[in-house]
Design a protein around this ligand. Structure first.
Ligand SMILES: [Zn+2]
Length: 306
């Protein structure tokens, strides 16, 4: 071996030694240093989440759409939620890559059981914001509970003029359905979805400023309320093709947020049931987890406009 070769070999050994020392020191670094590094990472994650939850750009907000629904909601649907009303308040979102499927205005005797069948087949849990129901629907509600879904309160009545006439009228409207459900099914529902969402402007017609008061009062009295940030568009008519509903979900789901999907399960929303399997398939294929809403879920809230 020449001198040059020996020197080259020595240098190589020295480099390998340095590498090993570096790796080992990384592995055995003091726990407090590692903890500090971890904390810094968590802080960075939280900051990123806050960024993700900040109000969206105008086109996105418009895409978020609104709940233009209501069996008894006689006023024009366009009054309920337009464009920038559906802004999501900045909150730390813990549940990334999560989908909360929510169904409003049920239960119905035809569409709801079909939805429950599809959910069961896929082992997916969802959330149902119910209206007043007849005795025949009790087994459906019992099934929801048995199969691990969450039941939330939409209201005994959906009539905007009646429920948004006063704070007490609204509170009585949810309490009445809560108590009935508790008596019939033994289920203590604590999560509310406002008819028209918390961002609705139609309530202004009946009581100015009522949404600001109700959103505060609900939480003060131990309730939680949930809006949505993914709109399927099934509220925009009774015959929206299921392919269009699936397309909306595909374009609006975001991996960095908790996705609260607005759907309906009244008799007139057959296409929502038809779209469900494709929505679930898309979510699973793209790594999303489907969860029922619980009181620990980060509540998606719209910007209150009245
Ligand atoms: Zn509704």
């Amino acid at each position: 071996m020449t001198r040059l070769q020996r020197e080259r070999q020595l240098r190589m050994r020295l480099l390998i030694c340095c590498g090993v020392v570096l790796v080992l020191s990384g592995l055995f670094a003091a726990p407090e240093i590692r903890a500090a590094l971890g904390r810094r990472q968590i802080q960075r994650d939280m900051e990123a989440e806050l960024d993700a939850a900040r109000p969206q750009s105008v086109p996105e907000r418009q895409a978020a759409g609104g709940e233009a629904e209501g069996q008894e909601g006689t006023a024009g649907d366009s009054d309920i939620l337009v464009g920038e009303n559906a802004v999501v308040e900045p909150e730390v979102v813990r549940e990334k890559k999560t989908v909360y499927l929510t169904f409003d205005d049920g239960p119905s005797m035809d569409v709801t059981p079909e939805i429950l069948d599809i959910l069961k087949k896929n082992d997916v849990k969802a959330t149902f914001f119910i209206l007043n129901y007849g005795e025949k629907s009790i087994p459906i509600l019992e099934r929801m509970v048995r199969e691990g879904h969450t039941i939330g309160i939409h209201g005994y009545s959906h009539d905007y003029a009646e429920i948004y006439a006063s704070e007490d009228a609204f509170m009585n409207n949810i309490q009445k359905l809560h108590d009935k459900l508790l008596e019939d099914v033994g289920y203590d529902a604590r999560i509310v979805r406002f008819p028209g969402g918390s961002s609705n402007t139609i309530s202004e017609k009946y009581k100015k400023g009522i949404m600001k008061k109700l959103t505060k009062r609900l939480e003060k009295e131990g309730w939680k309320y949930l809006d949505w940030n993914v709109s399927t568009g099934d509220a925009e008519g009774n015959n929206v093709p299921s392919s269009q509903l699936v397309k909306s979900v595909k374009s609006e789901l975001k991996p960095e947020q908790a996705n609260v999907v607005l759907l309906h399960d009244t008799s007139s929303k057959q296409s929502s049931a038809d779209a469900l399997q494709n929505i679930i398939d898309f979510g699973i294929e793209n790594g999303y987890t489907f969860c029922p809403v619980t009181e620990d879920t980060t509540m998606v809230h719209h910007k209150v406009n009245n």
